[in-house]
Ligand binder design. Sequence first.
Ligand code: PHE
Length: 348
Amino acid sequence: MEMEEKLAQLLAEAVKDIDQAASVKEIEAIRIGYLGKKGQLTSVLKGMKDVSPQDRPIIGKKANEVRDQVTQTLTDKKEALEKEALEKQLESETIDVTLPGRQVKKGQTHILTQIMEKMEDMFLGMGYEIVEGTEVETDYYNFERVNLPQDHPARDMQDTFYITPELLLRTHTSPVQARALEKHDFSKGPLKMISPGKVYRRDTDDATHSHQFHQIEGLVIDKHVTMADLKGTLELLAKKMFGEERDIRLRPSYFPFTEPSVEVDVRCFKCDGKGCSVCKQTGWIEILGAGMTHPEVLEMSGVDSTVYGGFAFGLGPDRMAMLKYGVEDIRQFYLNDQRFLGQFKRKG
Ligand code: PHE
């Protein structure tokens, strides 16, 4: 029977095509190819009119069976392909929860900031206030008001970046003294302050010079302040920075804004005073300048120097850090290299 054969062949071809399909898209194309309006099964069924009436029900039944089987095979294959695709996707998206997590890189406070904050804590604990000055200063406050008039030879000690003839980048934190002095109301009590910040000098950068560095200025003005108060304060400072067993010595020096003036040495923490390369065989390391505030500085700020007096000191956190941690090049502090800065993690 011709028609029946055609149907059987069609079914066999369809099953083979479906079996070879590799995607859902191909399955849809096969469906249209066999079952669509212009599909192969449809065109076979168009030959039904030539089939004898007694055979028609048999052929009709057969045709329905073929259509159902093709449809079912298509559905099964489609499902299988979809499942396979899903499995592939899941596999590619698997999360391995046993992998170690990515490390979050944490920064740390810059070593110079750490030193300044340590000083701030210590002096706040002793009742000092922290006063901030500006990095752009006037010649008048940076020099004249701390007893360095025009043409004073000591101006040469601080080579200056001038912005205009009257404006400059401060060469030290001492102008903050003058500004604090003229503002302070002494009827309300003594003036005790420190002022940390950046300062600038026209130096050629090398291992021990930087055109920008830091200072911490200290100033205490009251009635009856003596040099013993200064020495006691500096001793505390040295112990806090370099260890409880450190002692200090004062050597006479000169600053225009203090009289008498001293340079302060701490006993070498490397060799404990025996003499080594850090202290250049002297057993002592210079850490700061200080002195009793010059009466002229007080008078220029409107403070009666016959009633009030006190001391001032200025120290360099850069130099302190270099000494304490054996840093050989001051420029390291300003390169922002994590390999260097990362070594100074604050403890606790
Ligand atoms: N201003 C001085 C300097 O930069 C340091 C100093 C401050 C000395 C206060 C004495 C008193 O060299």
